[in-house]
Ligand binder design. Sequence first.
Ligand SMILES: Cc1cc2nc3c(=O)[nH]c(=O)nc-3n(C[C@H](O)[C@H](O)[C@H](O)COP(=O)(O)OP(=O)(O)OC[C@H]3O[C@@H](n4cnc5c(N)ncnc54)[C@H](O)[C@@H]3O)c2cc1C
Length: 467
Amino acid sequence: MENLHADLLVIGFGKGGKSLAAALGARGQRVVMVEESDQMYGGTCINIGCVPTKSLIHLASTRPQDADPRAWYAASVASTAALTTAMRGKNFQMLDTIDSVTVVTGTAAFLDDKRVEVTAGEDRLEITADTIVVNTGAQTLVPDIPGLRASAHLVTGTELIASPDLPRRLAVIGGGYQGIEFAALVARYGAEVTVLETAARILPREDEDVARAAEEILREEGVTILTGVRVTEVRDADGAAVVHYDADGAAGSVTANSATAGSVIADAVLAAAGRAPRTAGLRLEAAGVTTTARGAIEVDERLRTSRPHIFAIGDVNGGPQFTYISLDDYRIVADQLIGDGKRSTADRVAVPSTLFMTPPLARVGLTEDQARAAGHTIRVASRPVASLAAMPRARILGDVRGLMKFVVDAETDEILGAALLSVDAQELINTVALAMRAGVTASELRDSIWTHPSSTEAFNEVLGSLR
Ligand SMILES: Cc1cc2nc3c(=O)[nH]c(=O)nc-3n(C[C@H](O)[C@H](O)[C@H](O)COP(=O)(O)OP(=O)(O)OC[C@H]3O[C@@H](n4cnc5c(N)ncnc54)[C@H](O)[C@@H]3O)c2cc1C
């Protein structure tokens, strides 16, 4: 077995890990980056996550009217693959061109708290390191539904968007953020999509009016939504999957593609019940690294594990599953290794997020329900985009669907949260988040000068209707 020693060993080529490897490598530290797959340099986001999904969503809207949607989908998958291949190459280059950084392709597992074994086929390499950062991400959870795991029609999101064959009928198990994003994406290419959600509505963490507005848009796009249903079994028959469910009385309408009430026939069944931290096979116990009850690597506010020289960053530490959180995790660890060590996860205020349906749903801070539950006396502004006279941008783009909602503390005028379901919401939300972090009040945001025609100018009018 060959041996290598590093100042820093990073396991997993995710956003945080690669940023750290590049930063320390640029300072001349000996860094080893271990990545399991040469198809994953750059991590989940660019290869199988954010970038390919958003590329496919964008390309759906560029389809010429006379183009066959299925052929357009195959072409879109191919051009998306070209994009991710280029980005993967750039990511590899970014580290490989730094003299003191070595990229090793293989699967890492701990031997003890300073030694890691990397295997690739018959090859074995032992790496010792002073500091180790685990950045192994998350993996799709397939719920324990009878017949689902054995179904030939089960797909993960990764498999779904890698195949040029658009399923004619897709059943999505889970009406949360990822399920809805995939449902919206595939429906845009003309597939028949049915979402099955156990809760009484999709996006159960959103306020009811926001979730209902999103649901209305999805229905308009042809998505069938069944809420209050529990999938009981998936059975393959006649070249398709039959997804059986129990309805508890809150179910949506019987679907166009239902065999009978209580079942949906699908060519592909997407498991969209979440992604779990990826720790299997790492042999964390050999290093004395503990995990939480939910299977994430246990970390403190500075992302140190139970072994202080071992850090865990990104999805694997059980934090919010976003690329920019992995990036912020990098900042926290870098601050300890080469900075003044002050940053921590407790500094995070107003972390925004976006669900890229069309138009996108972006949110930050508290929902109305959460604000009330937290004991705030609140004022709320909620306006359908179509009612906004001062936002011609949506009309120019030809999409006035959605709503804009703000939740404001009635006593302090502090912005507590916002949900923006509208064109450009993925950009707008960052302005709101910055305002919240900087202590800009709702009145200040309302009375600011914004360019025209832009989506931001909607803030003048929406916040003018707080009550
Ligand atoms: C379909 C989808 C869409 C998404 N859309 C968005 C979005 O729009 N915006 C957003 O911010 N986030 C989005 N996310 C979430 C985002 O992609 C993740 O939060 C982020 O990529 C996590 O990065 P990470 O740093 O934790 O590690 P990852 O990027 O997941 O990297 C982990 C790496 O570790 C490697 N690895 C695992 N185990 C080992 C091992 N034992 N040895 C060696 N290597 C190993 C893996 O191969 C992988 O490359 C999306 C995710 C998915 C799945």
